[in-house]
Structures are given as structure tokens and as C-alpha cells.
Ligand binder design. Sequence first.
Ligand SMILES: Cc1cc2nc3c(=O)[nH]c(=O)nc-3n(C[C@H](O)[C@H](O)[C@H](O)COP(=O)(O)OP(=O)(O)OC[C@H]3O[C@@H](n4cnc5c(N)ncnc54)[C@H](O)[C@@H]3O)c2cc1C
Length: 391
Amino acid sequence: MNLLKDKTLAIIGGGPSGLTLARLLQLKGANVKVYERDFNKNARVQGTILDLHFESGLKAIESAGLTNTFKDNYSPGADRARVVDENATLYYDKLNQESTGDFGDEWFRPEIERFALRKILLDSLQPDTVVWDSHIVSLENNTNAWKIFFENGSTATADIIIGADGANSKIRPFVTPIKPFYSGVTFLQCDVYSSEKKKIHDLLKDGKIMGYGDSRMLTIVTKNDGHLLFGASWKEDINWSKDRGIDFKDNKQVLEWFKKEYSNWDPIWHELFECEKYEFKPRPLYCMPLDQYWEAQSNITLLGDAAHLMPPFAGEGVNMAMLDALELSENLTNGEFTSLKSAIANYEKQMFARFAEIGKITMNNTEWMHSPDGLKKILLLIQSKTKNTTA
Ligand SMILES: Cc1cc2nc3c(=O)[nH]c(=O)nc-3n(C[C@H](O)[C@H](O)[C@H](O)COP(=O)(O)OP(=O)(O)OC[C@H]3O[C@@H](n4cnc5c(N)ncnc54)[C@H](O)[C@@H]3O)c2cc1C
């Protein structure tokens, strides 16, 4: 039974989950629009490099027929990490190792910049699929269709709404009242430009640094254009960024805070803050309840962070988001369901079960990575994965 015949689908949000779903549904002939708040396709997509996993992100790319395009656009070698302690003493060095895998290997996790991932997904869509500058503010459920309201005063209609609008989803309240909880960890992210002369580059060597010490973390990656992106994370009060009176536009103030909070860390890290051009973003990290559940509806659902926001410490967010897209598209188009509600219910059942498991691992990681044993445990985890790769 073709559940999507004569139906219009509105995907809200053009992030990895929404665009992957649009591509997969278009391959099955569905009538899809993506409403995205960014002004156009060239809008800067910020954030870390993402590694895609064999059983989720890469599986969705393969089903979308985009593996070869992905191979042309990923960042080879960006997965080479160095694990250090607070004194920058090296404990694990993947930089000096031969490649431990290739496409098709279960443990091969190629990294791609967010902008590049968005571009390959966008380029795979039919012309005019994405309606840019469409910041959704609300929905109205009329008898036969949804009415969508945009910030700029315009409206649109659709039979089915897919909320793929990320952490602060405007669509989620139409599906469930369940709210995220604070994970206990805050993340301070910073893009560091004009950093070429920094000593930190000798340590980075165009790869990635993961620092663990004194119950705190520091990760640094090199982006394709050469600038650095770092994130400091530590256990903190939820209102830290508001209550401490730090002006995040002033790197000197942020450095003073770092010297106190990361007081046992070597001064080598201070140069990350001594830059000419920088952009600090504090983020308290949230997680959806691991046992969340809601009754399925026949014309609306959620995917990606809108469905199951979690902290980034298992590197699963984007992978789960893209696997959601794959599983939802399969449930909607495989002909096995007699109603939209049963197809959506089956997708949500799979998604709840997956998130209960992955969310638990993520929250465990969040805890131990910010505990006194963080370094010891990350080395044990790497050791166990290396054994699996060579087994
Ligand atoms: C600091 C940090 C580091 C991370 N590191 C990793 C990592 O290493 N590996 C990993 O797998 N995951 C990581 N994640 C998580 C990952 O970024 C997300 O899980 C993933 O991007 C989710 O994809 P999505 O499509 O669901 O949502 P998003 O990527 O958030 O995309 C949502 C889209 O919706 C649009 N939008 C939002 N609101 C509206 C609106 N009202 N109207 C219209 N459009 C709207 C946004 O502009 C955006 O394009 C990290 C997250 C953070 C915060």
C-alpha cells in the first residue's frame, strides 16, 4: 500500500536528519518540501567535524546512493586523534599509525565537515525542495492538513509534518510535552582563527586532540580551512554562563576563567584563548529522558535531535539522526503498513529502543569522561576497540 500517494510532506529543518530523509523519500517518489530557517544554502554551518558510523550514518548515506559523493567530500585523516593529559603528555597517538580501516570496515569512521555533509545532501535533492528563510514559529492542525506559520508572516500547508528542527524544536510540543534534562556538563566551544603560529599546531598536526585531566576535557580539531575549533567541557551548574558575569566577546575574561577552572592544566593551553579572532559559545548540554514514550499520531513525528537530543560524548547524535531518517523512510514506503499511524508507530518504537540504549551509553560517557578516571577509561575504551579492529 502506498501510504504517501497524493500526500505532501513538510520536513521542518534542513540539518543532517531532515535532508537525509528528504533524499530518501524523493528516491521513492514522495512529494517533499524542507523548510529551513537559514537564509540560503551558503549559510555558515558551524560546529565540529562529524564522524559517520558504519551501522548508522554511513548506512543512510549508502541507502541514499551517496557513498561515492561522500568519498569525494570527507576529510581523510581527520579521525587521527591524540589522547593527552592536562600537561599535554601523549598517551595514545593515532597520528603515527597506518590507517586502521577503509569504507566497508565496521570500525572505519570517516569524518566530514558539517558544511560538506549538508552540501552533498542538498545537491542530491530535486530543485527547489528546500524553502530557505523559513523560520517556523508554529503549526495549526486543521481537519485534513497542517497549516505552518513562519516568522516572516507567510504560511504553508502539508498533510504530514516531520520535525527535524534540532535541539530547541518548535515541532516537538505538538508531539509530546516531555522536556530534556540538564546532563550536568557544560561545553564551551570556540572557533579560533588566524592560529597558524600557535604552538598547539605542533601537537595537533592537522588531526584531533582529546585532553583529559582533573575531571575536565578539552578537544581540539583542525578544520579544512586551517582554523581550530576547541571545546572545553566540565561538570558545572546549569546557569554558569549567565551567573558568572563573563563577557564571552572578551577572550581575556574567558582566559582568566580558564586559568581558574582548569588551574591544574599546563599553560600551553592558554594560547588557545590568546587569539586575534575568536567566537566563544557556552552550551549547557541537555538530554531527553532515556525512557521517553508517546502515542504515535498519523500525521506528525520527530527525528534527530528534536526526537532524542543527547550530549556529544559518544559521537552518536548525527549518526542516530541519519538512521532515524533511514528507518522512517523505510517504514513509510516499504508497503508493509496499512496506515500512516502504524508506520509512524513502528518507526517511533524502533527509535525509542535505540535511544534508550545509545542514550544510556552517552550519559555514562558524559559522567566518566568528566571524572578523575577519565583518562584511564578512555585509554581502556580505545584499547578494546583496537582489539576489535584487529580481531
Ligand atoms: C558541541 C557539539 C558537538 C557535537 N559533536 C558531535 C559529534 O562529534 N558526532 C555526532 O554524531 N554528533 C555530534 N553532535 C550532535 C549533532 O550535531 C546532532 O546530533 C545533529 O546535528 C542532529 O541533526 P539534526 O538534523 O537532528 O539537527 P540539527 O543539526 O540541529 O539541524 C536542525 C536544522 O533545523 C533548522 N531549524 C531549527 N529551528 C528551526 C525552525 N524553527 N524553523 C526552521 N528551521 C529550523 C536549523 O537551522 C538546522 O539546519 C554535537 C553537538 C554539539 C552541540
